[in-house]
Ligand binder design. Structure first.
Ligand SMILES: Nc1nc2c(c(=O)[nH]1)N[C@H]1C(S)=C(S)[C@@H](COP(=O)(O)O)O[C@H]1N2
Ligand SMILES: [Mo]
Length: 491
């Protein structure tokens, strides 16, 4: 082993044991403050919106593993450098690990929910890494055979300990972090109607397939026994409800389509589920709203803020604090134990997951997380439609081909869907039945396909009579517009 290689491997091993011990400590003592995840979360918050959009678009749900792996590589490179430089000058070890700890601690404090104790894992990581590196480099003296052997033994020891600590952290996270999702669900006072007959397959999105969009690097694990919801701000009386108290209130059950503002035309971030929850309006009225208030800021356990117009809780729509999705308690990744849901608004403006408090305030007084990043306040869903069949670039046989998809304009409803082949005349598609205006509409169109390449476009008309906007717009800042068009080649 060359001297550089020894220094570098000592650095990486020392960083590894430092981080692994800190992860183990965090798993036991501060579940939300594992050093890698904390740094990752800080990176996400600091990332400019276009880059974030790019990552979500290109990497989908792999965006977070890729981020964590990148952070791991950067840390490893840095540790290798400290290891190499530290061989010559021991103070480099102290300075290098101190900087490493300080960066982690700063990241922890920069979190919306960060408190001083959250810096402990990073400080621990730095201390353990520094001491280990000092000790390991002490084994590299003159390159005698015994020296070399004892260095390698030390290195193996450290690497083994790091693997053990990391394994321990995983086990602790899995057992301590396990939460009860076996809530007894109350019977709704206002149950959902059975889905109309003739509804197509795929109308309800299975929870396991439901898209997930959030900034949480690890899914928050909320203990339902200690969870409570605080309603405060511009209200007459502050309210605090335990989960049992929330579940004791009259419940509604509704089929509602939820979609993400960052969905591209034709994109996958949309789904429909049957939700069970407590209507928000009566709760707010019980708290007593001050006259000037126009915004509810929902704050989640991990510090996300989502700003929703108060009007949407009072105008008769089914805005709710949802506790169940498709007949089972919310899955952790969809907001267990309680999330908001506002029919007609994109998720970033009405669907806070893992909600912990609702602050009644004004739009003038507070910018929620995405609004601070220049997404439009309000978040009303735009009328849109998507072709799901045939798939783009499919090669169907000539003859009758079923073109099918969905269209949505939650709250306004969909009154028409039209298909156009190769820029020709718009033809009406058949609409399948829906339970309400708050869900997507499935549509289909029988196309007499002729041989050759063809383009297929779709556009919807909503309940106000407005035709879906043709002009292409990016999802930022208020949702994509444009007609979904695909190309197929008929064989
Ligand atoms: N706490 C929290 N809630 C959140 C988010 C988030 O990042 N954190 N993302 C929002 C966005 S942008 C969307 S589109 C919906 C997605 O909900 P889902 O993941 O259950 O589909 O959650 C919303 N609620
Ligand atoms: Mo979203």
């Amino acid at each position: 082993m060359t001297k550089h290689l020894r220094g570098a491997s000592a650095g990486v091993a020392a960083a590894g044991i430092g981080i692994a011990v800190a992860e183990l400590f965090a798993a036991v003592a501060r579940p939300a403050a594992g050093p890698l995840v904390t740094v990752g979360a800080a990176v996400i918050d600091a990332t400019p919106t276009p880059v974030k959009e790019f990552a979500v678009r290109e990497l989908g749900t792999y965006d977070k593993p890729v981020l964590l792996a990148t952070i791991g590589l950067v840390v490893a490179a840095y540790a290798a450098m400290i290891g190499i430089l530290g061989q010559r000058r021991r103070p480099v070890i102290v300075a290098g690990t101190a900087l490493f700890g300080a960066l982690g601690a700063t990241a922890a404090l920069s979190r919306p929910t960060g408190t001083l104790p959250d810096t402990l894992p990073s400080l621990l990581a730095a201390t353990v890494a520094g001491a280990t590196l000092w000790w390991l480099l002490g084994h590299i003296g003159r390159p005698t055979l015994t020296n070399r052997r004892s260095f390698l033994r030390g290195l193996a020891l450290v690497a083994g300990a790091a693997v053990l600590a990391e394994g321990g952290a995983q086990i602790v996270r899995r057992t301590v972090g396990r939460i009860r999702t076996d809530l007894r669900l109350p019977v709704p006072q206002s149950p959902a109607e059975p889905l109309p007959s003739g509804i197509g397959p795929g109308f309800t999105t299975p929870s396991a397939d439901f898209y997930r969009v959030d900034t949480a690097l690890t899914v928050p694990r909320v203990d339902p026994d200690t969870w409570s919801l605080r309603i405060h701000g511009m209200v007459g009386t502050e309210l605090r409800l335990s989960l049992a108290e929330l579940l004791a209130r009259p419940m509604i059950e509704r089929d509602i389509t939820l979609n993400c503002v960052s969905n591209e035309v034709g994109g996958p971030y949309i789904g429909t589920a049957r939700w069970l929850g407590v209507p928000l309006g009566p709760l707010l009225k019980q708290a007593g709203l001050d006259a000037g208030a126009d915004q509810i800021v929902a704050r989640s356990v991990e510090g996300m803020t989502i700003g929703t117009p108060i009007a949407t809780a009072l105008d008769g729509r089914d805005t709710m604090l949802a506790v169940a999705m498709n007949g089972e308690p919310l899955r952790p990744e969809h907001g267990f134990p309680v999330r908001m849901l506002t029919p007609g608004l994109y998720g970033y403006a009405g669907a806070c997951k893992w909600v912990a408090e609702l602050e009644v305030t004004t739009f003038a007084a507070f910018d929620a997380y995405w609004v601070e990043r220049e997404w439009a306040p309000g978040g009303e869903v735009k009328t849109a439609s998507r072709i799901d069949r045939p798939l783009p670039f499919a090669r169907p046989d000539a003859g009758p081909v079923t073109v099918a998809g969905v269209a949505w304009a939650q709250g306004r409803g969909i009154t028409g869907v039209e298909i156009r082949v190769d820029g020709g005349e718009w033809q009406a598609a058949e609409l399948l039945p829906v339970p309400s205006a708050d869900t997507w509409v499935q549509w289909r169109y029988r196309w007499q396909a002729t041989r050759g390449p063809h383009s297929l476009s779709v556009r919807a008309t909503d309940g106000t009579g407005a035709v879906q906007i043709e002009e292409r717009a990016t999802p930022f800042p208020s949702g994509a517009t444009g007609w979904h068009t695909i190309t197929v080649t008929v064989a």
